[in-house]
Design a protein around this ligand. Structure first.
Ligand code: AGP
Length: 612
């Protein structure tokens, strides 16, 4: 959730640290800080509450420089967002430390360290780790690597930490347990970060730390040690991402850029995985052809938007493959005792592949006797991808806006492929598969056409901007689309939005409907259309204003109290959820812009939720 950058170089590393933070800011943005060993050989730092720009302004006003340094952008867990709680945290001027994650035994460690005379100046769990490492440094004559290796053995929880000390000034040291850490190789200088994106302006060559690894980063090179302290070889990978791939270009916000990237992102996700007639099963990895024919049921687990993608995938799997499928939020799944029928496939969906609950659910599932685990993910180097048996990568490219858009539609594209492969193994004939494959292949063009509805949606947005609540309705596979539309609206515009299956209205939510409650309906021409129409009549009868996204042949007419926006012609089943998602994303975006919220970095949220 937070972002970390560190660098060791024969030049001032401050610009590397600050630019790295800018690139990670979408991960946490309530405060930021840098710490360096100065030319005088002492630790110095600048911290600021708020955005990275605030930190940059502080540095401009009060310059700081050094050849070894660390930096951090924070998403508060322990302690309010404030300069005092911002990282890096110091211990007696001998250790500076940045940390992502949560130290669960911080209370116990704090009591112990207080007993030894350490003073605490923040409310964070992080500060205990700085003191703990300093305490170990005192005992071992200032060996930073050994101190970190010793200290982390006492930590419970999930963390990525990076540490610098003037007592051992030629290196910085990083450790990983539960939160990602990547080291970057430069020419005569080296780096560390929580994500490759931070380091793309300075290198493309990376190694990813594994669970329990500790790394030392020097100008002359990087060494990685495993949890037992043995030197570990981690593969050197060349990133294909360019520094520009995470830039906003001419778009006002990343979210808008990412909405408009969807035709390309979906096409990329389908590329080389379908022929004109069939899905290539090998796209799910070398083990797919062995495992997928044996699948008899599917359990899907995910969080947030990815969970909504799972809810839609259930329709693909149950209707297409005729296999039982359950879908559950990861934070619930991980703490119950699921009954796993024989030959069940476990599917974890995650844009980032680092979401703590989803990752924990995958790890739990690996102990429970599933036939196999499968990750649907957007980040090839992520923990989820490394730990699953099968992987199906979405190829959305980096998603920076906290509100997930292109990650969601590419997940749907990937899940439709999985559904078709399972369907083929369960009796779907070749001509039916070919029909569905043609429909999927047509989606990027349909999304392109749907994006052209933006001007009308922008007008509708004006009718939402002053509202406090909104209701979203759908039925069947478009009920999860309504859920996703409501999530988008609430997370970026801060309007309270709820989604209901339209049939549930009269069981409670109808009581909320009045002239101040805009009601958005997602109305494809499917078997439930007439039932949905009746539900919408119930809304109209109570004075609720309807905003209906509908297929052209549904017969909806704009009238007093009813706005109608017709979608491009398309085919039900696979195409509808993808197509109907687009206007809901645009609606949320334009409402948020009108309300003047921080669209890309909405309050209280972060992009990748690596804490429980
Ligand atoms: C969606 O707009 C959210 N920001 C959030 O719900 C997100 O989808 C969720 O945190 C899961 O993230 P993941 O896909 O990276 O696991």
């Amino acid at each position: 959730m937070c972002g970390i950058v560190g660098a060791v170089a024969p030049r001032d590393v401050t610009p590397i640290l600050v630019e790295g933070l800018r690139r990670l800011e979408y991960r946490g943005y309530d405060s930021a800080g840098v710490a360096l060993i100065t030319a005088d050989g002492v630790l110095d730092r600048r911290r600021a509450q708020g955005k990275v720009q605030q930190l940059a302004d502080n540095i401009a006003a009060q310059p700081i420089s050094g050849h070894r340094g660390i930096s951090h952008t924070r998403w508060a867990t322990h302690g309010v967002p404030s300069e005092r709680n911002a990282h890096p945290h110091f211990s007696e001027g001998q250790v500076a430390l940045v940390h992502n994650g949560i130290i669960e035994n911080h209370d116990e460690l704090r009591a112990e360290l207080r007993g030894k005379g350490y003073l605490f100046s923040s409310e964070t769990d992080t500060e205990v780790v700085a003191h703990l490492i300093n305490d170990t440094l005192k005992l071992n004559g200032g060996d930073l690597l050994a101190s970190v290796q010793t200290a982390v053995k006492r930590l419970h929880g999930a963390y990525a930490i990076v540490v610098v000390s003037p007592l051992d000034p030629d290196r910085i040291v990083a450790a990983r347990a539960g939160c990602p850490v990547v080291v970057g190789h430069g020419d005569g200088e080296n780096y560390v970060a929580s994500d490759v994106q931070a380091l793309l302006p300075v290198t493309r060559r990376f190694q990813f730390l594994e669970e329990g690894d500790v790394a030392e980063i020097r100008e002359s090179g990087i060494r990685i040690f495993d949890a037992k302290g043995a030197v570990a070889e981690r593969p050197l990978r060349e990133s294909s991402l360019s520094a520009e791939s995470v830039e906003r270009g001419d778009y006002a916000h990343y979210m808008l850029k990412e909405i408009f990237e969807q035709p390309r992102a979906i096409a990329d996700t389908l590329a080389e995985r379908i022929t004109g007639k069939r899905v290539l099963e090998a796209a799910l990895g070398p083990k797919a052809e062995l495992l997928l024919p044996r699948v008899k049921s599917v359990h899907i687990v995910a969080c947030g938007t990815s969970y909504h993608a799972g809810l839609i995938a259930r329709y693909y799997i149950e209707q297409g493959a005729k296999l039982p499928c359950t879908v559950e939020v990861a934070s619930e799944y991980r703490y119950r005792d699921p009954v796993v029928p024989p030959n069940t496939l476990f599917v974890a969906i995650s844009q980032s592949g680092e979401t703590a609950d989803t990752l924990a659910a995958l790890r739990e599932a690996r102990k429970l006797g599933y036939l196999a685990t499968c990750a649907i993910c957007n980040v090839p180097e992520s923990s989820l991808v490394r730990e699953a048996d099968l992987t199906l990568m979405t190829r959305a490219g980096p998603e920076i806006g906290v509100a997930s858009t292109k990650a969601f539609t590419t997940q749907l594209a990937a899940l439709s492929l999985l559904g078709l492969v399972l369907a083929r193994h369960n009796g779907m004939d070749a001509s039916t598969e070919a029909l569905f494959v043609r429909q999927i292949a047509h989606v990027p063009e349909l999304v392109e056409r749907t994006l052209k509805l933006e001007p009308q949606i922008k007008q509708w947005a004006q009718q939402f901007a002053d509202k406090r609540h909104a209701l979203f309705l759908g039925r069947g596979p478009t009920y999860p689309v309504a859920l996703e539309g409501a999530l988008k609206l609430k997370e970026i515009s801060y309007i309270h939005a709820e989604a209901y299956p339209a049939g549930e209205l009269k069981h409670g939510p109808l009581a909320l409907v009045d002239a101040d409650m805009p009601v958005v309906a997602v109305a494809p021409n499917n078997a439930l259309l007439e039932k949905l129409k009746s539900n919408l009549q119930e809304v109209r009868a109570r004075g609720g204003k309807l905003f209906v996204f509908a297929d052209p042949d549904t017969g909806f007419q704009a009238e007093d109290g009813v706005e109608v926006l017709l979608m491009p012609e398309h085919i039900e089943a696979i195409q509808s959820p993808l197509i109907y998602t687009i206007p809901l994303q645009l609606l949320a975006y334009h409402v948020a812009v009108l309300r003047g919220t921080d669209v890309d970095q909405p309050r209280n949220l972060a992009k990748s939720v690596t804490v429980e």
